[in-house]
Design a protein around this ligand. Structure first.
Ligand SMILES: Cc1cc2nc3c(=O)[nH]c(=O)nc-3n(C[C@H](O)[C@H](O)[C@H](O)COP(=O)(O)OP(=O)(O)OC[C@H]3O[C@@H](n4cnc5c(N)ncnc54)[C@H](O)[C@@H]3O)c2cc1C
Ligand SMILES: *[C@@H]1O[C@H](CO)[C@@H](O)[C@H](O)[C@H]1NC(C)=O
Ligand SMILES: *[C@@H]1O[C@H](CO)[C@@H](O)[C@H](O)[C@H]1NC(C)=O
Ligand SMILES: *[C@@H]1O[C@H](CO)[C@@H](O)[C@H](O)[C@H]1NC(C)=O
Ligand SMILES: CC(=O)N[C@H]1CO[C@H](CO)[C@@H](O)[C@@H]1O
Length: 440
């Protein structure tokens, strides 16, 4: 691992494991710094999986800065409002959470809400267009953190300067890179999800009321439950989710078919139009919400392998931040590697970059992750469990999103502002550790 300060040197070689939204975004950010990037994903083929997902405004700022924002906007919805309803009454809008609309005026960037599969394929194509190799059918089965190198299921071993593990909530890198055992915790909740063409509700006497030519987010609050009905794509698609208590096993598939009868039983007493939307979905997903705390270590001892995104800090969907925070991680890493000189970097400084990435992000992300739980609990506890009536007079400020401040963050600017102080501290800590080892 010789030093290399020559700016005509070969580009930093970056391997990213996992081509999810986090891995692909990290690929874009790294490629923009001129690095040589290869992304490996285990899927046999990239297909359009998932349903709705959202990026906050300051993530869309990053995506615009990188040149892919405009393309993502073409498939993203522009919600005109987030309306809040009691579970049994879709005729009475209790109030509007204006944050999601006002944030555009405030930050200059709109939130992007759209189909995860569409966002995913756009980011993949954009990556490839920049010269990133995005390889499907390539499962990483082992890591050597010191080289660092990764071994694929084919037996091939590939070496790089840096390995970034963006292998998602079920990350194996957690164990293989950090030695951390996976302790998935049942969160006590599950989400039913449905997605369909809005034509299916157009002529329905009940559900037809949700068919609009604009995009709406409608939040329904119930005792220990909340649901959304979102219209997307200029009202062309309809998506619904229902977060509810669940004592079932931990089963994290994105493809588990829901039992419709169970959904309808849960919705007993709910608004007839809301119920009808669920009846009309051709099929629904049953997604158990597994909780994993934010890890307190994201970087291997070698300082050359790091985890990002759901692999080290899975988010509950109520935070609307899982994808955003994964993308901010990738932006931060690329920027930290640029700070040590990018392609002209002294490769011995890579650990400074990755440990500074961790220092800049950890506490921020851990706090962001908690907002998902706080948000859910606040929504689920507004009703008296016995009478099913609101405990207090409905207050829009209490029902509005609590974590909108996260939408103002500029992850790249944070590196510019804080690099000098934080990386100096990291350098000191690493030097201290090396000295302690030397005298052992
Ligand atoms: C198929 C799918 C559908 C989803 N749908 C939704 C949705 O509808 N709404 C929502 O809010 N969130 C959804 N999510 C979750 C959401 O995308 C993430 O929470 C968020 O984007 C953070 O992403 P990430 O990049 O950290 O991880 P992920 O998006 O989970 O991506 C991880 C990637 O790593 C790959 N991978 C894992 N292990 C290996 C390995 N050993 N070798 C190579 N590749 C590996 C996986 O195939 C996957 O592509 C979905 C995730 C997936 C994987
Ligand atoms: C990757 O996907 C393409 C289709 O999109 C397929 O033709 C190819 O065989 C896949 N590669 C691997 C290695 O599975
Ligand atoms: C991977 O890294 C290990 C440890 O540095 C090394 O022994 C091994 O030879 C490397 N494998 C390849 C194929 O480069
Ligand atoms: C909804 O439930 C509340 C609380 O039980 C009740 O006061 C209200 O009348 C109900 N509204 C409708 C439209 O049924
Ligand atoms: C941390 C940071 O730079 N946040 C920015 C997010 O966007 C708002 C609005 O543009 C800025 O005021 C913040 O400074």
């Amino acid at each position: 691992m010789g030093s290399n300060t020559d700016s005509t040197a070969t580009p930093l070689k970056v391997i990213i494991v996992g081509a999810g939204l986090g891995g692909l975004s990290c690929g874009i950010a790294c490629r923009r710094q001129g690095f040589d990037v290869t992304i490996y994903d285990q899927v046999q083929e990239f297909t359009r999986i998932g349903d709705s997902i959202g990026f906050g405004s300051n993530t869309s700022r990053l995506l615009h800065r990188w040149g892919v924002g405009k393309i993502l906007e073409t498939i993203a919805s522009t919600p005109v409002s987030m309306e809040i309803y009691n579970f049994n009454d879709s005729n009475t809008c209790l109030g509007k959470d204006k944050h999601i609309v006002e944030i555009e005026a405030k930050t200059g960037y709109r939130a992007l809400v759209g189909h995860r599969g569409d966002f995913h394929l756009i980011l993949r194509d954009f990556c490839i267009g920049l010269g990133v190799r995005v390889l499907n059918g390539s499962k990483v089965v082992d890591y050597d953190t010191s080289a660092p190198n990764v071994t694929l299921s084919t037996g091939e071993t590939v070496t790089a300067d840096i390995v970034i593990c963006a292998d998602g909530g079920k990350s194996e890198a957690r164990k293989r890179v950090l030695g951390v055992d996976d302790v998935p915790l049942a969160s006590g909740y599950a989400i039913y999800r449905g997605f369909m063409d809005a034509d299916r509700i157009r002529d329905d006497p009940l559900a037809g009321k949700f068919k609009t030519s604009e995009d709406h987010i409608r939040l329904f609050l119930a005792p220990d439950m909340h649901g959304f009905i979102n219209t997307m794509g200029g009202g062309e698609q309809i998506n619904a989710v229902l977060t509810h208590k669940d004592t079932g096993d931990i089963d994290e598939a994105w493809t588990k078919e829901a039992n419709k009868d169970e959904i309808m039983a849960l919705l007993d007493g709910w608004d007839p139009a809301f119920r009808r939307v669920w009846e009309l979905f051709p099929s629904c997903l049953d997604w158990k919400l597994v909780y994993r705390p934010c890890l307190d270590k994201w970087v291997a001892d070698s300082g050359r392998v790091a985890l990002i995104g759901d692999a080290c800090h899975p988010f509950l969907p109520s935070s609307v931040q899982g994808a955003s925070q994964a993308i901010e991680d990738g932006a931060t890493i690329a920027k930290c590697l640029a700070k040590i000189g990018g392609n002209g970097a002294n490769r011995d400084d890579i650990p400074i970059a990755l440990h500074t990435f961790f220092a800049l992000r950890h506490d921020y992300v851990a706090a962001a992750q908690r907002t998902g739980i706080e948000q859910r609990d606040s929504w689920h506890n507004m009703h008296d469990k016995d009478t099913q009536a609101f405990k207090d007079k409905f207050d829009i400020n209490k029902a509005s999103m609590t974590n909108i401040h996260l939408w103002e963050n500029d992850a790249e600017k944070v590196v510019d502002d804080q690099w000098d102080a934080v990386s100096a501290q990291v350098r000191k800590t690493l030097a201290g550790q090396a000295a302690a080892l030397a005298t052992e």
